[in-house]
Design a protein. Structure first.
Length: 150
């Protein structure tokens, strides 16, 4: 297994294709949610890719530094369908948290807008709800935060 964080400019065309293909497969096709999956945040985000030994993309997330590096906005947390229930999601989120803390010296908290049905997954890392449930693209979401332990 191979994982790495990269800025968009440091990714090859094939790596970018793999990321967008996985995101569309899950967030648009699997979840029946036709929306603009690629956005401006992709330009400034750090992209975490996890590939299996065959080089296939099996998990992805992005970290967007906000508020002058005080907030790490974690998003697009995704594990390929055949890799779910394997612990890959925990590895992915932990890598996102660790990377953010290492690369953002002014980091005070992590933020994410998670889908409500997986909120207990995020709670297991210590995330706390900071909003009521709301609809984003007709899918229930909830905002969550986790203070950075010093």
């Amino acid at each position: 297994m191979n994982s790495k964080f990269s800025k968009l400019n440091d990714l090859s065309p094939k790596e970018i294709f793999d990321i967008f293909q996985l995101r569309v497969a899950v967030f648009v096709v699997e979840q029946h949610c036709p929306y603009q999956e690629v956005d401006e945040d992709d330009l400034t985000a750090f992209h975490l890719t996890i590939r299996n030994d065959a080089g296939e993309l099996i998990a992805y997330s992005r970290v967007i530094p906000e508020q002058e590096g005080k907030v790490a906005h974690i998003g697009r947390v995704i594990v390929r369908s055949d890799q779910r229930k394997s612990g890959m999601g925990k590895k992915l989120l932990q890598a996102s948290l660790d990377f953010s803390k290492q690369e953002m010296p002014n980091l005070e908290k992590y933020f994410l807008a998670g889908q409500e049905y997986v909120k207990n997954f995020y709670h297991s890392f210590g995330f706390q709800d900071v909003s009521d449930v709301y609809l984003e693209d007709d899918i229930p979401h909830i905002d969550m935060e986790l203070p950075v332990s010093k």
